[in-house]
Every structure is written in structure tokens, then in C-alpha cells.
Design a protein around this ligand. Structure first.
Ligand code: HEC
Length: 114
């Protein structure tokens, strides 16, 4: 290596090392996007779990209903009305006083959009 090239060699060695360190840093300090904390997805999952655990056995997994259990999907039911049905029940539907705010509203909104 001649003296004249020394600064260039030093420069590119430095750049290569910096690139390797940067890539290593990216891979080792950032969780993959898929498992990044996503509060909205978590909230949505809680609503789905509530429906699955409390409502699906009568109204079906997709709100399709069966036998004397009414269909819930595509009904355009009002959120306030759904909330009342959840809390008080009616006829053969039991009330769910254990489902409280803020989950109550979220579940009712979700059912309203089925
Ligand atoms: C044991 C079965 C059962 C379960 C569990 C159940 N339902 Fe119902 N649901 C019914 C029946 C039966 C009716 C009709 C009641 C009536 O008006 O006589 C009904 C009615 C409703 C209505 C009113 C529909 C309309 O046409 O006016 C809504 C909204 C509703 N249920 C939502 C829910 C939600 C949300 C859950 C879960 C938290 C749930 N239900 C759990 C049986 C059930």
C-alpha cells in the first residue's frame, strides 16, 4: 500500500466497520415489527375474547345466531340498545352485569358493526 492511499483505506475501513455495527445494532435492539407492542390489537383481542367467551355459544362465532337466538350481524343495532341487552338480558338471554365499562362499550360497538 503506498502512502498516498492510506487515508482512503482508512476511510473505507471505517465506513465498513460503521456499517457492520449499524446493521448489528438494528437487528439486536429492535424487536421484529410483528411482535412490537400494539395496544390497539390487544384491545381488539380483548373484545373478541369477551364475545367468544360470553356470546358466541348462543349468537354464533360470527353473530349468525341459531334456533331462538337472534342473528346479530347486519342488524344495524344501536350501541345503547346492545349495551342494555348485555347488562339486563331479556327472555332466554341472561344479563351480564360482570361486563363493565370500558369493555361494555367496546363490545357493544363491535357487535353493532358485525
Ligand atoms: C344463553 C344464550 C345467550 C347468550 C349467552 C347471549 N345471548 Fe344475546 N340473546 C339471546 C336470546 C334468546 C335473545 C332474544 C331475547 C328476547 O328478546 O327474547 C338475545 C338477544 C340479544 C340482543 C338483542 C337482539 C334483538 O334482535 O333485539 C343482543 C344485542 C344480544 N342478545 C347480544 C348479546 C351479547 C353481546 C352477548 C354476550 C355478552 C349475548 N347476547 C349473550 C341469547 C343469548
Amino acid at each position: 500500500m503506498n502512502e498516498q492511499n492510506k487515508p482512503l483505506v482508512f476511510f473505507w475501513s471505517f465506513m465498513a466497520a460503521a456499517t457492520i455495527i449499524l446493521v448489528w445494532y438494528q437487528y439486536n435492539t429492535q424487536p421484529p415489527v410483528a411482535i412490537k407492542e400494539n395496544p390497539q390489537a390487544k384491545e381488539q383481542q380483548q373484545v373478541l375474547n369477551l364475545y367468544r367467551d360470553n356470546c358466541a355459544r348462543c349468537h354464533g362465532a360470527f353473530g349468525e345466531g341459531f334456533a331462538s337466538n337472534p342473528v346479530l350481524r347486519g342488524r344495524n343495532l344501536q350501541v345503547e340498545y346492545i349495551k342494555e341487552r348485555i347488562v339486563k338480558g331479556r327472555g332466554k338471554m341472561p344479563g351480564f352485569p360482570n361486563i363493565v365499562e370500558p369493555q361494555l362499550s367496546k363490545l357493544a360497538e363491535w357487535v353493532g358493526k358485525l
